[in-house]
Design a protein around this ligand. Sequence first.
Ligand SMILES: Cc1cc2nc3c(=O)[nH]c(=O)nc-3n(C[C@H](O)[C@H](O)[C@H](O)COP(=O)(O)O)c2cc1C
Length: 183
Amino acid sequence: MRYFVSIGGASGSIYGIRLLQELAKMNHEVYLTISEGAKKILQHETDYTVAILSTKASVIYDNDDLCAGPASGSFPLDGMIVAPCSMKTLSAIANGFGDTLTSRAASCCLKEGRKVILVLRETPLDLPGITNMLVAKQSGAIILPAMPAFYHKPERIEDLVDFIVGKVFDQLGLQHSLYKRWK
Ligand SMILES: Cc1cc2nc3c(=O)[nH]c(=O)nc-3n(C[C@H](O)[C@H](O)[C@H](O)COP(=O)(O)O)c2cc1C
């Protein structure tokens, strides 16, 4: 399968990193962008670099490259994931602003009826954020906040992260054992 992954400038770069690692392990074709804000947060929160992450993708694009393949609906994709997704990018997606490759690709995926998964991270939420979530959902996006559960008895931060990545995989219809299901 072919997925467009955007690592956005919200806290929680590790969600995007684990997602990339797991998609690459499963030999999916991944097209990647990392926003300028995300590059700074990545450096602050993790030991990963853009160079390391680019080894997990077929192509890495600048987030301001509106001539890149995913900026067109004719570019074949099976879906896209923004992880983590900032409230700014949520706003751009909900309102079809198309100012970055991420928001333009999301508009293209939505108009083509493809999956767009937004791993949002912000708390507490303001009214524009809540309204934008509603509008994005009504446009067909999947609102998947980075809100891990605890019923799988997490012991490490990685267990919490993998719960969210597992939830993304559930939405993509991909088999995984990233978290223990409730039985
Ligand atoms: C350390 C740091 C953490 C941030 N965390 C969040 C966050 O969790 N959620 C959010 O919506 N914005 C957060 N921001 C603000 C976004 O980075 C900012 O709104 C940016 O314009 C988002 O753009 P992007 O989605 O194109 O990356 C954070 C900024 C910094 C510097």
